[in-house]
Ligand binder design. Structure first.
Ligand code: AKG
Length: 360
């Protein structure tokens, strides 16, 4: 495909990928990402979207990120001391102080109407296309026909890991597990990933997360998921704290956006509505997995404040970190599927590389 793209008034028609490669050659990875992101927003291209995923992944191997916070977590005042449970605010009230206060004191923050119904609908369409093309690829249809909705993410050789280093329909690695749980990895869908970055930028989410983490964030390939959870399915993932398997010394924030109404007739999440300061024991009697927490321990952790079933309208969001104890909730009377975006942002200065970084 031939590109004609003007970078500023002086440069004339330029291939955006060639321009980005020149920036990469001089070590300017973030500028290359920004330049390609801008070019792709103006004129979407499968080739640019695919190269962007590669560059976002490669970038952290070439950067020396620093946080503006010498210690973690930073001090915070308790802005929701009168709230029992999870604080709720509207999109207009959202700022980094409220976010930090809610996460560190109450365990999470609900933001009503973070995105608009039409943004949610556009994301649902993207999720459907990503699932459709992923499912085509695993039954052996040619990968060329699946792009840009499914282009298997390839991890950097510098990681020395075999998982995600090659694609085969027979060996999907942990993708298989994610798909069985009603998810497709956002990194496997360059078009959807580009739309997500636009959605986050248009709603000032990246600048908010950057202020929260004290540095330009990276998303995790393995945790950032497009979710379509079936009402009649058996995809409950067990109670868990993501910190139980993401590694120690990390700085994270998960943005979970409901794309459809959920919690009444569609699957949602159940959540312990308070800040936990320890990782609860995992894999004990009654736990579904070695990384998940038994109901008995959930009840112990939440003796003073029992778990809540979250109810959202399309476009509502909840933000929390790796200490939050939650699980997918599917009840017998539910009749509708639920769509959501789960975006795990990490501070690059202490990124657990086995989570496979993608600079935003
Ligand atoms: O979407 C779900 O049901 C589960 C999400 C989850 O476990 C998470 O965001 O960490």
């Amino acid at each position: 495909m031939a590109f004609t793209w003007r970078f500023g008034k002086k440069s004339g028609p330029t291939d955006p990928i060639a321009h980005a490669e020149r920036l990469v050659q001089s070590g300017k990875f973030l500028q290359a990402i920004d330049s390609l992101t801008q070019a792709n927003s103006a004129s979407p291209s499968p080739a640019v979207e695919a190269r962007l995923i590669e560059l976002r992944h490669e970038a952290l191997f070439h950067l020396s990120p620093k946080s503006s916070f010498p210690t973690w977590p930073p001090a915070t005042t308790n802005l929701f001391s009168d709230v029992v449970g999870i604080p709720e605010i509207s999109r207009d009230e959202l700022n980094v102080e409220k976010l930090r206060s809610a996460i560190l004191n109450n365990g999470s923050l609900i933001v009503r109407n973070l995105i608009t119904p039409s943004e949610a609908q556009a994301a649902i369409d993207d999720v459907n296309s990503s699932f459709e093309k992923y499912d085509d690829a695993i039954v052996g249809k040619p990968l060329e026909d699946s792009a840009p909705w499914f282009v298997p993410f390839k991890s950097s050789e510098q990681l020395g890991v075999t998982e995600f280093s090659a694609w085969s329909p027979e060996d999907q690695g942990s993708r298989h597990w994610v798909r069985d749980g009603g998810g497709v990895l956002a990194a496997d869908s360059p078009r959807t990933f580009s739309h997500l970055i636009e959605l986050f930028q248009n709603n000032s989410i990246i600048s908010l997360i950057q202020a929260y983490l004290g540095e330009r964030p990276a998303l995790s390939v393995k945790k950032t998921t497009l979710r379509r959870v079936a009402c009649g399915g058996d995809t409950a993932n067990g109670w868990h704290q993501d910190g139980a398997f993401l590694g120690e010394g990390i700085r994270t924030i998960n943005l979970w956006i409901a794309l459809t109404d959920c919690g009444v007739d569609a699957p949602t999440m159940d959540m312990v509505p308070k800040r936990l300061h320890e990782i609860a024991p995992t894999g004990t009697h009654g736990a579904a997995f070695d990384w998940s927490v038994s109901r008995e321990i959930v009840d112990e952790c939440s003796a003073d404040l029992p778990p809540v079933r979250l109810q959202f309208k399309a476009g509502d969001a909840i933000l929390f970190d790796e200490m939050n104890l939650h699980c997918t909730a599917i009840a017998p009377g539910m009749t509708k599927d639920r769509y959501a975006i789960e975006a795990w942002f990490f501070a690059p200065s202490c990124y657990p590389m086995n989570q496979l970084p993608l600079m935003v």
